[in-house]
Ligand binder design. Structure first.
Ligand SMILES: [Zn+2]
Length: 316
């Protein structure tokens, strides 16, 4: 029996069909987040396309898993907060079940990434895993004894909002010094702006000042590769705080594996030395010497794959 996994992102929606250990179909589409109805129809269309793809392969589908950025009441399948979608208070599980006739399970997207890593990714076989998605923001998921940890209200594992620098820069959540405010794509961009305001000179700044739209972490990474000292400094600062954050997580959870995914992975080599240094300096030895810090091996499939696994495991 095959299952469908869908990862609803702010700009892209990804769908897969999982049969056994194999992804047998996949699709991506732009997310139309203009209204609650448009997001729901985007999900239903993706679900229908994946079901057709499965049926063309002679597979019947019995469940659909869905990962969404935001706070999710897993039992009810209701989105309680969604920063990137107009889905607040939407009864997503009920609506999709009524429309598709499938069993539907809804969870936070970073929780789904953590589940995928623990079952089929870099952390395959691990029972205790902490996952960080490093992108524009920073998301997190925690696997404890093989299961997703959701907390009392489905609001757990907001690892990007762990405070790593008291009185540090302001975060989107309103607090100061969150990991997201120091090590995310947004944080890296803020450091570029601060360097420009301070009159620093570097090839990267020259490019971004001439064309602000040219900025991306990858573009800054290319400057770092080419020897731009400021670009390297910015990545190392982000890496330093990331290492501190990972050390705190390792001290709290004593995981087998910490997995990292997201758009910043391509720049991780610029951050890695500072990350590992601060991690080693601050993690407790017994946990530090056990844990492995690994890059995701699942690429763009990670969220949808985790959602499919959630659906399969929730049924059994
Ligand atoms: Zn925050």
């Amino acid at each position: 029996m095959a299952v469908i996994g869908i990862d609803l992102g702010g700009t892209k929606t990804a769908g897969i069909v999982l049969n056994g250990e194999s992804i047998v179909a996949r699709d991506r589409t732009d997310t139309d987040a203009s209204s609650q109805e448009s997001v729901l129809s985007c999900l239903l269309e993706m679900g229908a396309r994946m079901r057709e793809a499965a049926e063309r392969l002679g597979l019947s589908v019995n469940a659909l898993g869905l990962g969404i950025a935001g706070f999710i009441d897993f039992e009810r399948g209701v989105v309680t907060e969604a920063p990137n979608h107009p889905l607040k208070d939407a009864r997503v599980k009920d609506i999709l079940e009524a429309e598709t006739g499938l069993a539907v399970f809804v969870d936070n997207d970073a929780n789904m990434a953590a589940l995928a890593e623990a079952r089929m990714g870099a952390g395959k076989g691990s029972r205790y895993l902490v996952h960080l998605t490093l992108g524009t923001g920073i998301g997190g998921g925690i696997i404890i004894d093989g299961r997703v940890y959701r907390g009392a209200q489905g609001a757990a594992a907001e690892l990007g909002h762990m405070i790593v620098l008291e009185d540090g820069p302001l975060c989107n959540c309103g607090a100061r010094g969150c990991l997201e405010a120091l090590s995310s794509g947004v944080a890296i961009y803020r450091r570029v702006e601060e360097a420009a305001a301070a009159g620093r000179a570097s090839p990267a700044l020259e490019e971004f000042l001439a064309d602000p739209l040219a900025f991306s972490a990858e573009a800054l990474g290319r400057h770092a590769d080419a020897g731009d000292g400021l670009a390297r400094e910015i990545f190392q600062a982000a890496g330093h705080h990331l290492g501190t954050g990972i050390a705190s997580l390792v001290n709290v959870f004593n995981p087998d594996v910490v997995t990292l995914s997201g758009g910043l992975l391509g720049c991780l080599h610029h951050m890695e030395e500072a990350m590992l240094r601060s991690f080693r300096e601050t993690a407790i030895a017994i946990s530090r010497d056990h844990v492995r810090i690994l890059r995701s091996t699942l690429g763009d499939d990670v969220g949808a794959l985790g959602a499919a696994l959630l659906a399969r495991e929730s049924l059994s």
